[in-house]
Design a protein around this ligand. Structure first.
Ligand SMILES: Cc1cc2nc3c(=O)[nH]c(=O)nc-3n(C[C@H](O)[C@H](O)[C@H](O)COP(=O)(O)OP(=O)(O)OC[C@H]3O[C@@H](n4cnc5c(N)ncnc54)[C@H](O)[C@@H]3O)c2cc1C
Length: 438
């Protein structure tokens, strides 16, 4: 079959590779000039360098992403820096580091050696995760993370130094709004699984080069082509007047709604569109700093405490010199500061945000040697970085009510929040469903 895939993000590329493996001819249409979608590299004129649109963290549990890289013959070890679970506050007040032991001993030993939580606090944390495991990681759909933590007797301090950063990093949604079930699903597949599944994997090359560029070289991709019209008839589907046997809509949820709205209205179609319209989005901001020379912090990734009233919004600090592969396009003397759920930045100027972040880093890294001179900065705000991972979301499936139309994307019903692995799995699933229909 000749199948159109709309969108060359991680979901679209995963779908196209799956279709190609089944012997179909997949034609990928991508509005942008490069593959990768919301996980891509770009040129920063301010820094005169290639940077990512945002620092991404993968987990050892991202099995389908890693399998896809292996299928593409990409050396995972040189493209991803694998770190054991190690959550450390930059100011030294909190640390959870899991030693190299089989699960669950790595986690228990990590909890024993944990810094920053009292013994009863650590006990309550272990008890809460243990209880969740006994409940088979199932929680009521309507429960927020904050409600779940309150029921689990977690202190304000435990929420501030452990749960809030974890929830923002995993769901990009604050604990009082985030779905406890979606967080439970992430915990199930990371902390609740093999030790290696809770490892954090940091891209050592730029995001487009990680695997999308290699996938794109094997596929028939039409860049700079934003699809505007889908028209189904009994024998085929016209994609901007070009006939195909089927189509996989692998755009963001927002763009998918615009394309699918053109179909003939049916109750099932209206229900699918209503689910798409129900998504709300949250932003992520990333500040990239170019340093005079590498800082070489003791840990590539450190937690920052944010103080919005002091215009200090940073939540994570990444030392690119500890992460980037030698010779990669990424600058090795650079830092990334990540701000999830970044809506509060809207009322501040770029200079205020960057000045606040520099002050924040200086204040919270006093135990290390001083930060080298900053030679330049870039601030990228992705306004629709992810959908808000709130309770009671009814997510659309990969099969749609329209004939010959399938969907892929992090917003489909993957069981995960909006993450890379969800995107890859959704693409694979869409390709499998098409195969099953033949
Ligand atoms: C700053 C930031 C940080 C993040 N951090 C993490 C992280 O640490 N870990 C993690 O797992 N996830 C993270 N995410 C989420 C992750 O990037 C997304 O879940 C994933 O990239 C979504 O992939 P996708 O293929 O579903 O959608 P997209 O990447 O949005 O791909 C859709 C593609 O469709 C194209 N398109 C849209 N409309 C059309 C059209 N009409 N015709 C043709 N093409 C079209 C777009 O140009 C785009 O390339 C982050 C996201 C951002 C923005």
């Amino acid at each position: 079959m000749k199948i159109a895939v709309i969108g060359a993000g991680w979901a679209g590329l995963s779908a196209a590779l799956g279709l190609q493996r089944q012997g179909h001819h997949a034609v990928v249409f991508e509005a942008a000039r490069i593959p990768g979608g919301r996980a891509r590299s770009l040129h920063s004129p301010r820094l005169n360098a290639t940077i990512d649109n945002g620092q991404h963290i993968l987990l050892g549990a991202y099995t389908e992403t890693l399998a896809l890289m292996r299928q593409l013959n990409l050396p995972i070890e040189s493209r991803l820096l694998r770190l054991g679970l190690n959550l450390q506050a930059a100011d030294g007040s909190f640390r959870l580091r899991a030693p190299v032991l089989p699960a669950p001993w790595h986690l228990l030993a990590g909890m024993v050696g944990m810094r920053g939580l009292s013994l009863p606090g650590r006990f309550r944390l272990v008890a809460l995760i243990h209880r969740l495991k006994k409940q088979r990681w199932q929680l009521p759909d309507s429960l927020t993370v904050e409600q779940w933590l309150t029921q689990g007797h977690q202190s304000i301090h435990a929420m501030r130094c452990f749960w809030t950063p974890l929830c923002l990093a995993a769901l990009n949604t604050p604990i009082d709004q985030a779905s406890a079930q979606l967080l439970a699903n992430v915990l199930r597949d990371s902390l609740g699984a093999r030790r290696a599944d809770s490892d954090m994997l940091l891209p050592r090359v730029d995001l487009s080069e990680l695997w999308p560029a290699q996938a794109a070289r094997q596929l028939d991709i039409r860049y700079g082509h934003a699809i505007r019209h889908l028209n189904t008839c009994s024998t085929h589907i016209a994609v901007d007047n070009d006939p195909f046997d089927a189509v996989v809509v692998a755009t963001s949820a927002h763009s998918a709604a615009r394309l699918l709205r053109q179909g003939t209205p049916t109750p099932a179609g209206n229900e699918y569109l209503a689910r798409l319209a129900a998504f709300r989005y949250t932003s992520i901001a990333t500040i990239s700093l170019k340093l005079q020379h590498a800082w070489n912090l003791p840990c590539p990734m450190l937690m920052l405490y944010d103080y919005p009233d002091k215009r200090q919004f940073g939540q994570w600090l990444f030392d690119r010199s500890r992460i980037a592969a030698r010779g990669s396009a990424l600058q090795d003397a650079s830092l990334s500061i990540v701000i999830s759920n970044a809506g509060a930045l809207g009322s501040h100027t770029r200079d205020e945000i960057v000045t606040g972040a520099l002050q924040q880093i200086r204040e919270q890294t006093r135990r290390f040697k001083p930060m080298p001179k900053v030679l330049g900065h870039e601030l990228i705000v992705e306004k629709r970085a992810t959908f808000a991972a709130v309770p009671n979301l009814k997510r659309p499936g990969n099969a749609t009510p329209w004939p010959r139309v399938w969907a892929a994307g992090d917003w489909t019903d993957t069981g995960y929040p909006a993450v890379l692995e969800g995107a890859v799995r959704s693409g694979k699933r869409a390709a499998e469903l098409i195969a099953a229909c033949r």
